[in-house]
Ligand binder design. Structure first.
Ligand code: 5GP
Length: 207
């Protein structure tokens, strides 16, 4: 059967420390035709982060120029830094039938939902606030004040979790990854994304 699959846009949100990167890292090797959008950010690079892989790290002037040129699909100012999704890559992947994941916070997710009403939104839930705080301390990349700020932001973000299509509990990593994989499999098979198959079956039946 001819591959005529429409691209699918997935928005993944979850508080800082909820494990989004870890889950996505596992998922990338398990799901075909997946593209992870690399955001631009003005925040400082963490020691283990690779420029161009985890983020594209840029200065404020560069980011603001991209904004003026309408090269940013959505953006936010989180904890004093800009974060934004580059527009061209996302549109290009969708046109090529890829499943594109944006790992963004709740305001950006709301913006994407209004721009792409057929997107799939997923919220990654930590098992508890205590576990979240422990994870933030364990990664040793933020000081105590920064962690306290991120915990406050996290509480606000959790209040938006109910707006998402799916909630994945990230208690046991393997379960969270397999839940995410199941969501992608099911969403790809929705009739609205596979309607082209019906005419292809009918056409083949006539031959
Ligand atoms: P972090 O500094 O922990 O890497 O990211 C802080 C928050 O910004 C996370 O919730 C992350 O998902 C979000 N974020 C990362 N990139 C983007 C983006 O391009 N747009 C928006 N709206 N949020 C982003």
């Amino acid at each position: 059967m001819r591959m005529n699959r429409q691209g699918m846009l997935i928005v993944l949100s979850g508080p800082s420390g909820s494990g989004k990167d870890t889950v996505l890292g596992e998922l990338a090797s398990l799901v075909d035709d997946l593209e992870l959008s690399v955001s631009l950010t003005t925040r400082k690079r963490r020691p283990w982060e690779i420029d161009g892989t985890h983020y594209t790290f840029v200065g404020r002037a560069f980011f603001e120029e991209k904004l003026c040129n309408e090269e940013i699909l959505e953006y936010t100012c989180y904890n004093g830094n800009y974060y934004g999704t580059p527009k061209n890559a996302v549109d290009d992947w969708l046109a090529r039938g890829k499943t594109v994941i944006l790992k963004i916070e709740v305001e950006g997710a709301a913006r994407i939902r209004s721009l792409y009403p057929d997107c799939v939104s997923v919220f990654l839930l930590p098992p508890s606030l205590e576990a979240l705080s422990q994870r933030l301390f364990a990664r040793e990349s933020e000081d105590e004040a920064e962690i306290a700020r991120r915990m406050e932001i996290a509480k606000g973000e959790l209040a938006h979790a109910k707006d998402y299509d799916y909630l994945i509990l990230n208690d046991v990593l393997d379960y969270a990854v397999s839940d995410f994989r199941a969501i992608i499999r099911a969403e790809r098979q929705k009739t609205c994304r596979r309607e082209y198959m019906i005419s292809e079956v009918l056409y083949h039946a006539e031959c």
